[in-house]
Design a protein around this ligand. Structure first.
Ligand SMILES: Cc1cc2nc3c(=O)[nH]c(=O)nc-3n(C[C@H](O)[C@H](O)[C@H](O)COP(=O)(O)OP(=O)(O)OC[C@H]3O[C@@H](n4cnc5c(N)ncnc54)[C@H](O)[C@@H]3O)c2cc1C
Length: 466
C-alpha cells in the first residue's frame, strides 16, 4: 500500500469543500484543503451568497420599516448607499471567515494556500500565488470543489469600468443612478431587487419568455408583477447584439433593434465551472459539453479516487446543495456508502423582493404527469402576523395529492419565504402516511405567526376536496 501525505486532498474551500472536509476529518481521515484565494470560504463567502445577501438585508429592513405607518414619514428621506452596504457586507464576510477558520483548526484540517493542479491520480501540484513557489502533495483521494465563475462572452469588454459581473459589481465605487442587468436568472433578478431598492433605474433583460421558468407559474407571475410594480423595466425575449462602452455609461444594442443606455451594465448571463487549468487532462476525468465535471450518484468522477462536488458539477448551483454534496461524497469515501440521497427535493431560496422559496413539483409538472392534485392557498394579507408587521405581500401555496393527501409541492413568496418553506419541508420529507397535509390542520400553531399560513392553506385546500 503506497503511503500518501494525506488521506484526502480537497481543492477549494467553498461550501462543497468545507462540507467534504468536515465529514472526512470527523471520520478520522487526514485532510488538506487547497485554496487559491488568500482567505478560506469560497466564492460563496467572498463573491456570491454572503455579500449579496448581506447587501440586501439592510435594504429589506428599511423597506419593512417604511411599511410601518408610525415610521413611514420619519424614514421617507432615508436612503441607503452601495458603498455603505458593501462595507457592511465586509464585516459579515470577516465573521464568516473567522468562524470557518476555527472549524478547520478544531478539526485539524491543513489549509494550503495556492493554485492546485492535478498531476496524476494521487498528486496535486500547488503553486503559491505570490511567490510562485511550488510543492507537490499526495493523497489517496482527491475531491474537486473549485466552484464556478461568471461566464464572460469574449465580445463584451469586462475591462471597462462600467461593465461588471456578479464578482466585480462588489467593487462599484458609488450607487449607480441607472443599471442594465443582462440575464434574468436568479442572480439577475436578485440584483434587480437590490438596485431597485437603492433607488436606481433598473432594466432587466431576459433572454427567455418569462422569469425563472423552473418556478410555479403563479410565483413567476407574482415576481414579474412585483418587480415591475417596484419600477424595474423587464424586457423578455431579448438578445444582446453589441455593447458600446462610453465614458459616462454603457449602451446595450439588442437584436430586436432596441438600445438602452445606463450608467452601468451588470452581466449576469450564465456561469462556468472552474474545471479548466485544473490538470484534468492528466487524469481521466470527463466533463460534459458545458465544462461541468461528470459524476455518478456518489459524486465520483470517471477516475474512481477523484470526486467532484458543488458548482463545478453543474446545477443546481446553490451553496446549500454544494455543502451537502461535499458531505455526501465524503460519507461515501469514508463509509463506502451513503444512505441519504441528497440529490432530491432541494429547496430553492431566491432573495428577490419579494423573497421566493419553493420545493417539490409545480402545478405544470403535476398536470403533465397527470397526478391528481389539489391546491391550498394562504394569502399573507389575511394573516394577522403579516398585517402587524406590514408584510402583506405574499402567499403560501400547497400542492397535495387529492387521494392520499401527501404534500407534492410547496411554493411561497413574500416575507420570510425562504424560512417558511422549511416547515412544510419537514412534513413533506416524512415517509409514507406521515407526509400529509392534514398535519397542518391537526396541529396548533402559535398565533400570530407566519407559520400559521400552513394551517390556512391546508384548510383552504382540504375544503376543495370532495
Ligand atoms: C451573486 C450570487 C448569489 C448567490 N446566492 C446564493 C444564495 O442565496 N443561496 C445559495 O444557496 N447559493 C447562492 N449562490 C450560489 C453559491 O454561491 C454557490 O452555489 C456556491 O458558492 C458553490 O460552492 P462551491 O463550494 O462549489 O464553490 P465556491 O464557493 O465557488 O468555492 C470554490 C473555491 O475553490 C477555489 N478554487 C478554484 N480553483 C482552484 C484551484 N485550482 N486551486 C485552489 N483553489 C481553487 C476558489 O478560489 C473558491 O474559493 C449565489 C451565487 C452568486 C454568484
Amino acid at each position: 500500500m503506497p503511503s500518501y501525505m494525506f488521506d484526502v486532498i480537497i481543492i477549494g474551500s467553498g461550501p462543497a469543500g468545507e462540507g467534504a472536509a468536515m465529514k472526512c476529518s470527523k471520520s478520522g481521515k487526514s485532510v488538506a484543503v487547497v485554496e487559491a484565494f488568500k482567505q478560506i470560504g469560497g466564492n460563496c463567502t467572498h463573491k456570491g451568497t454572503i455579500p449579496s445577501k448581506a447587501m440586501r438585508q439592510p435594504i429589506q429592513n428599511l423597506v419593512e420599516l417604511k411599511h410601518n405607518s408610525l415610521l413611514r414619514d420619519e424614514l421617507m428621506n432615508v436612503h441607503l448607499h452601495l458603498p455603505h452596504l458593501l462595507k457592511n457586507a465586509e464585516s459579515v464576510i470577516r465573521s464568516q471567515v473567522q468562524m470557518r477558520d476555527q472549524f478547520y483548526r478544531r478539526n485539524n484540517v491543513t489549509i494550503i494556500n495556492g493554485n492546485a493542479k492535478i498531476i496524476n491520480n494521487n498528486e496535486v501540484l500547488v503553486e503559491h500565488p505570490e511567490t510562485g513557489s511550488t510543492k507537490t502533495y499526495s493523497a489517496e483521494t482527491v475531491i474537486i470543489a473549485t466552484g464556478s465563475r461568471p461566464y464572460r462572452p469574449p465580445e463584451v469588454d469586462f475591462n471597462h469600468s462600467r461593465i461588471v459581473d456578479s464578482d466585480t459589481v462588489l467593487l462599484l465605487p458609488t450607487t449607480p443612478q441607472s443599471i442594465t442587468i443582462y440575464g434574468a436568472g436568479v442572480i439577475g433578478c436578485e440584483y434587480a431587487s437590490i438596485f431597485r431598492g437603492l433607488g436606481c433605474k433598473v432594466n432587466l433583460i431576459n433572454t427567455r419568455d418569462k422569469l425563472l421558468s423552473f418556478l410555479d407559474d403563479e410565483i413567476i407571475d407574482a415576481l414579474a408583477y412585483h418587480l415591475r410594480e417596484q419600477g424595474t423595466i423587464i424586457r423578455h425575449n431579448e438578445e444582446m447584439d453589441s455593447v458600446e462602452s462610453l465614458d459616462d455609461g454603457v449602451v446595450i444594442h439588442l437584436k430586436s433593434g432596441k438600445k438602452l443606455k445606463t450608467d452601468y451594465l451588470l452581466w449576469a448571463n450564465g456561469r462556468t465551472g472552474n474545471s479548466d487549468n485544473l490538470g484534468l487532462e492528466n487524469v481521466n476525468v470527463l466533463m460534459d459539453k458545458r465544462g461541468s465535471i461528470s459524476v455518478n450518484e456518489y459524486y465520483q468522477t470517471s477516475t474512481p479516487n477523484i470526486f467532484a462536488v458543488g458548482d463545478v458539477v453543474g446545477p443546481p448551483g446553490l451553496a446549500s446543495a454544494s455543502y451537502d454534496q461535499g458531505r455526501y461524497a465524503a460519507t461515501y469515501i469514508c463509509e463506502g456508502k451513503c444512505e441519504t440521497n441528497l440529490m432530491h427535493n432541494i429547496p430553492t431560496g431566491i432573495y428577490t423582493s419579494p423573497e421566493i422559496s419553493s420545493l417539490g413539483f409545480t402545478e405544470r409538472e403535476l398536470t403533465d404527469k397527470k397526478i391528481p392534485y389539489e391546491v391550498g392557498h394562504a394569502f399573507f394579507k389575511s394573516l394577522a402576523r403579516a398585517q402587524i408587521t406590514g408584510n402583506t405581500t405574499g402567499m403560501l401555496k400547497l400542492l397535495f395529492h387529492r387521494e392520499n393527501f401527501s404534500i407534492l409541492g410547496i411554493h411561497c413568496f413574500g416575507y420570510q419565504a425562504s424560512e417558511i418553506i422549511h416547515i412544510g419541508q419537514a412534513i413533506m420529507n416524512q415517509k409514507g402516511d406521515a407526509n400529509t397535509i392534514k398535519y397542518f390542520v391537526e396541529a396548533t400553531f402559535n398565533y400570530p405567526t407566519m407559520a400559521e399560513a400552513y394551517r390556512v392553506a391546508a384548510l383552504n385546500g382540504l375544503n376543495r376536496v370532495f
